[in-house]
Design a protein around this ligand. Structure first.
Ligand code: FAD
Length: 431
C-alpha cells in the first residue's frame, strides 16, 4: 500500500464514519490556536504560516499526509532538483515510480489503485511537491489531475481498468493534449481532428506545450469530430504518433515539455472517451488541475519566503542583519500576509470541493490569486537575496522562473480574470 494511502486508510474513516469535518472536531484540532495567541510575542523567528496558525485548520490526517510528502520532497527532490533544472532534464520514469509508491498519483481519485483522499490532502500534497519544484508538481498534476482524471471521469470501464492501476503506480505515464500552437487561451479553435474511417478513427494534427509528452505511455488528446470536440485515449506507441521535446526553456526546466504530432494515427472506435462531448470535457480536467495549482504555487512561495527570511537574518550589511531594517521587514510582513491569505483561500476552496460545492469561478479565484501572488513573492524574495538571488545555489530564482510558466498555463491571469468578470457581470468579454 502506498505511503499516502496507508496514512489515509489507517487514520481516516470512510465518509459517514467520522471523516471530514467530524474527524476535525473529534481530534480536537478544529479552531486550535497557535501558542502565540493571547501571549506575548516571542522574539524567536517564526515561519510565515505559523503566524496564521494554519495547522489548526487541518485534520490530523491531513497534516500526517502533508508531512509524508514534505519528508519525501526534502529527502529526494530538494537535494537534486537544482541540478535537474540546470541540466534541463529529469529522471521522469524513476520519479514516477517513486511518486507511485508514495501514493500521490491520482491520490484524490477513488478505486483502481488510487488512494482516494480528500481534496484538501491532494492540495497539500501539491503544495509540498511545488515547494520542491513546480516542474515536479507538474509531472504529478498532469498525471493525476489531467490524464488520470480524464479517464476516471469520462472513460469506459475498459479504459479505467487498462490504464489507471498502472498510472497510479507510476509504471505508466500520461500526458494531456489540449493546447495547439495557434490555439492556447482559445482551445475551441483547435485544428486537430479525428475522422471516421470504417469502424476506426484517424487522428491528424498536433499539440504544443505538452507536459510529460516525450515520456508518456498514453496521451489524452482532444480533437474536433463531426460530433464536436471529443477526447481520445491514445497509446503513444500507435503508428503515426510522435513527440518532440521543447528545449531552450528558461522555466520549468525540471519538467518535460513537448510537441505532439499525429500523422494518420489510426485508433479503434473504443479509443474515444464515451463520457463527455464538447469543451466541457477538457475544462473539467483543467478545473481539477487548477485547484491543485491554487495550493501548489503557495509551496513555491513558502520556500522562497523561508529561504529569504533565513538569508536576511544571517546576511549583514552596515553591521547589522538586513532583516533588521524596517524596509526589509515590511517586505516580509506583506509577503506573509499574501501567503497566509492565499492559504486560507486554498483551504476554503478545498473544503468547498470536499463538500462537492465548488464552482469553476471559485477555482479561478484560487488559481489567479495564488499564482499571481506567489510569483510576486518569488520576485521580491529574489531581490532580498541580492546577487546570491540569481544563482541556483538558492531555490528562489528557480521558483521565480517556474512560476512564470504556472502563471501562464492552466488558464492565464487574463483568462481567469475574464471568468471572474463574467461571473460578476453576466457578460462574457472573451471576444
Ligand atoms: C511549461 C508549459 C507546460 C504546459 N503544459 C501543457 C499541457 O500539458 N497540456 C496542454 O494542453 N497545454 C499545456 N500548456 C499550454 C498552456 O496551457 C498555454 O500556454 C496557455 O493556455 C496559454 O496559451 P498560449 O501560450 O497559446 O498563449 P495565448 O493564448 O496566445 O495568450 C498570450 C497572451 O494573450 C492573452 N490573451 C489571449 N486572449 C485574450 C483575451 N481574450 N483577452 C485578454 N487577453 C488575452 C493571454 O492572457 C496571454 O497573456 C503548457 C504551457 C507551458 C508554458
Amino acid at each position: 500500500m502506498a505511503l499516502v494511502e496507508e496514512a489515509w486508510a489507517t487514520r481516516f474513516p470512510p465518509p459517514g464514519q467520522g471523516g471530514g469535518f467530524r474527524a476535525l472536531r473529534d481530534t480536537g484540532t478544529a479552531g486550535r490556536t497557535g501558542t502565540i495567541i493571547g501571549g506575548s510575542v516571542s522574539s524567536a523567528p517564526r515561519q510565515p504560516l505559523e503566524l496564521f496558525a494554519i495547522d489548526g485548520l487541518l485534520s490530523e490526517e491531513e497534516r500526517a499526509m502533508r508531512d509524508v510528502v514534505r519528508d519525501f520532497v526534502e529527502r529526494r527532490i530538494k537535494p537534486e532538483v537544482a541540478d535537474w533544472f540546470e541540466a534541463g532534464t529529469i529522471p521522469a520514469r524513476e520519479l514516477a515510480c517513486e511518486f507511485g509508491e508514495l501514493g500521490v498519483l491520482g491520490m484524490h481519485l477513488e478505486g483502481y489503485g488510487c488512494a482516494g483522499t480528500n481534496a484538501v490532502s491532494y492540495g497539500l500534497a501539491a503544495m509540498e511537491l511545488e515547494a520542491g519544484d513546480s516542474g515536479i508538481r507538474s509531472l504529478v498534476s498532469v498525471q493525476g489531475s489531467l490524464a488520470m482524471y480524464a479517464i476516471h471521469a469520462f472513460g469506459s470501464e475498459e479504459h479505467k481498468e487498462e490504464w489507471l492501476p498502472g498510472m497510479a503506480k507510476g509504471e505508466l505515464i500520461g500526458c494531456f493534449g489540449l493546447t495547439e500552437a495557434d490555439f492556447g487561451s482559445n482551445p475551441s479553435g483547435m485544428r486537430t481532428a479525428a475522422k471516421r474511417d470504417g469502424d476506426d478513427w484517424v487522428l491528424d494534427g498536433s499539440k504544443m506545450w505538452i507536459t510529460n509528452g516525450t515520456v508518456a505511455d498514453v496521451a489524452i488528446v482532444w480533437a474536433q469530430t463531426d460530433d464536436g470536440i471529443r477526447g481520445f485515449v491514445v497509446p503513444t506507441d500507435t503508428p503515426g504518433f510522435s513527440a518532440r521535446e521543447i528545449h531552450k526553456k528558461l522555466s520549468l526546466r525540471a519538467s518535460v515539455t513537448a510537441e505532439l504530432v499525429f500523422d494518420g494515427v489510426r485508433l479503434p472506435n473504443s479509443a474515444m472517451l464515451p463520457g463527455v462531448r464538447g469543451l466541457k470535457g477538457p475544462l473539467a480536467c483543467l478545473n481539477e488541475a487548477r485547484f491543485g495549482i491554487a495550493y501548489g504555487t503557495l509551496g513555491a512561495a513558502r520556500d522562497c519566503l523561508e529561504t529569504a527570511l533565513s538569508y536576511a537574518i544571517d546576511r549583514e550589511q552596515f553591521d547589522k542583519p538586513i532583516a533588521g531594517y524596517q524596509m526589509t521587514q515590511q517586505k516580509f510582513a506583506d509577503m506573509t500576509l499574501e501567503l497566509g491569505k492565499g492559504m486560507l483561500l486554498a483551504i476554503h476552496l478545498g473544503r468547498l470541493k470536499d463538500a462537492h460545492a465548488i464552482t469553476p469561478e471559485q477555482v479561478s479565484l484560487g488559481k489567479l490569486n495564488n499564482a499571481r501572488e506567489s510569483l510576486a513573492i518569488a520576485r521580491e524574495c529574489r531581490s532580498i537575496l541580492g546577487g546570491n538571488g540569481i544563482t541556483l545555489e538558492y531555490p528562489v530564482i528557480r521558483h521565480m522562473n517556474n512560476l512564470e510558466s504556472v502563471f501562464t498555463y492552466e488558464g492565464t491571469n487574463e483568462m481567469h480574470t475574464l471568468i471572474i468578470g463574467q461571473a460578476l457581470t453576466g457578460i462574457p468579454a472573451f471576444r
